[in-house]
Structure formats: structure tokens, C-alpha cells
Design a protein around this ligand. Structure first.
Ligand code: ADE
Length: 253
């Protein structure tokens, strides 16, 4: 990857977002120039001396709405209309690994972080390309969701990680990941599964696939609909699903 991936975040909490870009693996990507962050404080574009950015919703109701004018000025200041704009919101489409992959192929991103009840819909209509939810719960503001999206996207850029580990990890093949072990061989009388010490590559690959199927059948059976299974795999996942639903009936869960 030649030039860095530009990520612009519009926020009312610039310190929170700046800290994220300074930290850990993301911080290293920024130091290398692989990731080029820009954090814009929406309040700098407020129209009054109190730096007001929110107001009561038309039609009544609880909470406050981010006003169109400061947001539009902030977006124009970064030439957002020429870029791909993402708005994290609990009302958006579920954000998935395939979306992260698609966004990682853009030249860069602009993320708009909302606060309070949301942002003026006219901003969404005029500027936003994608609205994404990171899960079925409501956060107090969009910054954490924006950071989740950024994290999932930037690491997929070419050269960010060994392509092998990207290829093997959860969701790339539609299944959850298999369990991992490292030294020591025995920890508090729990031993590493024998097959992983066998040096027998084909057996290891088979064991890992089986573990992926077991985990996925237990934790995310919905994902199995999109995965091609052979006869033995289908039987294995069905037996786990049957057992899980029996357990639920017996515990009243
Ligand atoms: N903002 C608040 N909650 C959110 C969620 N679940 N996903 C994305 N953005 C949000």
C-alpha cells in the first residue's frame, strides 16, 4: 500500500478520538503513515459564542438533536461530498466484516459521530453514504461505534497484517475462529489438545475446521445458513444445535 488511508472523524469529543489514534496498533499504523487521521471538533463550526451544536426536536420528544448548520460547515471544511461518508447509528444496517472489507477498498473515510437523540436528517440525506449499527444496543454517542468501524476497516488494508492471519480469522470464511494455544504445553493441569502437538498438518486442519463448526453452531447458528457444509459437517452442526435447544428447554432459557 503506497499512500496512507485517510480517516476523518467529526466529533464533539475530539480528545477521545485523538487518544484512540495515538494508542496501540492503530498508533503504530499512524506513525508509519499507513493511516492518516484527521479529527474535527464540530463545536468549532457552531454559530454562536456558546458553541451550541444541538437543539430540541421539531414535533417534540425527549433529547436533543445535532443541528444541521454546524455539521454541514464541518463536513464542507473537509470536502466530505468528495469522500465516502459513514454515519454510525443504532438505526443503521448491521456492520459486518463484508462491510469492513468494502470500506477498506475506498480511498478513505469520513465518519460523523452523533450525540443525543441523533442528527438532523437533512445532513444524512445530503452527505451520508452508509449508516451502520455496530449492535443491538444504544451507546450514548457515536464515537465508540466510529472507532469500532475504523478498527475493523484499517486493519484490512493491504500490508497491515500478514495476509494469512486475515484469511484465517473469524468471519472471513463465514465461521467463528477455532481455539488458539501457545506455550506452555500444560497450564494449571490443562493441556494443549494433543492433535496440535502432533505435527500432522492434515489432522490439525481437520480439527480446526471441526472446532470452528462446533463454536459457530453453539454461539452463532445463524451464520451456518451461508456456509457450505459437507454431509458429516451438517450432521455435526445439527447435533450441536439439537443439544443446545434441548438444554434451553431444560433450563427454561
Ligand atoms: N450510536 C449509538 N449506538 C450505536 C450503535 N449501536 N451502533 C452505531 N452507532 C451508535
Amino acid at each position: 500500500m503506497d499512500s496512507g488511508y485517510g480517516i476523518t472523524v467529526l466529533t464533539l469529543f475530539p480528545d477521545l478520538v485523538r487518544e484512540y489514534f495515538r494508542t496501540s496498533i492503530v498508533g503504530k499504523a499512524v506513525d508509519r503513515g499507513a493511516l492518516v487521521p484527521r479529527v474535527v471538533d464540530i463545536r468549532d463550526f457552531a454559530r454562536d459564542r456558546h458553541r451550541t451544536c444541538d437543539d430540541a426536536p421539531y414535533g417534540g420528544g425527549a433529547g436533543m438533536v445535532l443541528m444541521a448548520e454546524p455539521l454541514a460547515s464541518a463536513l464542507d471544511s473537509v470536502d466530505a461530498k468528495a469522500q465516502h461518508v459513514v454515519f454510525p447509528t443504532p438505526s443503521g444496517l448491521p456492520f459486518r466484516q463484508v462491510d469492513a472489507a468494502r470500506l477498506s477498498r475506498k480511498d478513505g473515510l469520513v465518519l460523523v459521530c452523533g450525540r443525543y437523540e441523533g442528527i438532523d436528517q437533512r445532513i444524512v440525506d445530503e452527505y451520508v453514504d452508509d449508516e451502520y449499527s455496530i449492535g443491538d444496543y444504544v451507546l450514548s454517542s457515536g464515537e465508540l461505534a466510529a472507532m469500532v468501524i475504523i478498527d475493523a476497516v484499517y486493519r484490512l488494508r493491504d500490508g497491515m497484517l500478514r495476509s494469512e492471519s486475515i484469511r484465517e480469522e473469524s468471519f472471513q470464511d463465514g465461521l467463528l475462529e477455532y481455539p488458539h494455544y501457545t506455550r506452555p504445553e500444560t497450564f494449571r493441569s490443562r493441556s494443549v489438545p494433543e492433535v496440535l502437538l502432533s505435527g500432522h498438518h492434515a489432522r490439525i486442519v481437520r480439527w480446526r475446521r471441526e472446532q470452528q463448526l462446533i463454536r459457530t453452531a453453539r454461539n452463532r447458528p445463524d451464520l451456518l445458513r451461508h456456509v457450505q457444509l459437507d454431509e458429516a459437517e451438517r450432521k455435526l452442526t445439527e447435533s450441536i444445535r439439537d443439544k443446545e435447544s434441548d438444554d434451553e428447554c431444560n433450563t427454561g432459557g
